[in-house]
Every structure is written in C-alpha cells, then in structure tokens.
Ligand binder design. Structure first.
Ligand SMILES: [Zn+2]
Length: 88
C-alpha cells in the first residue's frame, strides 16, 4: 500500500530532494549559504509538504527567539530588583 507521502515524494523526486529536518531548521534560522537557500526556495515552489515543514520550523524558531528574549528580560528585571535591594 503506497502512502500519500510516498506518492508525493515520487512526484517531487524529479525536481529535487526533499529538505531534511536539519536543512529545514538551518533555513529557518538563516544559517545557510545564498546558493543553498536558492536551491531550497526552488524546491519549496513546487513542494507543499516542505513548505509546511518550513512554516512549522519558522514558527518554532520564532517562538524560541521570543522565549529567549522573554528570559533575558526577566533576568534583567530580577537583577535590577536585587541591585535595588542591595543599594538601598
Ligand atoms: Zn519537498
């Protein structure tokens, strides 16, 4: 029994390889060369499953960045509170 994923990968095989998880993540982070990005974007034009992976990865990276920013903000706030208490 052929799954939909197998059917889709058969369809896209002629154009390019699917993005693996690492590539998708590096693409979202912006950690790839312009040449690689161009290849990926060419593939994304014709491959919806990979577009969805990238969208999910983008959302993940964005939420991680937001969480990191919130953490830094909270740390700064906590530090200020400690300094205020120490300084009187
Ligand atoms: Zn693909």
């Amino acid at each position: 029994m052929a799954s939909t994923a197998q059917w889709l990968s058969g369809m896209a095989r002629t154009v390019d390889q699917h993005l693996d998880e690492e590539t998708t993540e590096n693409y979202s982070v912006g950690n790839l060369s312009a040449r690689t990005v161009a290849q990926i974007e060419k593939h994304l034009l014709i491959c919806q499953p990979c577009r969805q992976s990238v969208a999910a990865s983008d959302a993940y990276v964005a939420s991680m960045r937001q969480a990191a920013a919130n953490l830094r903000k909270a740390e700064r706030k906590a530090k200020r509170k400690v300094e205020r208490r120490a300084g009187g």
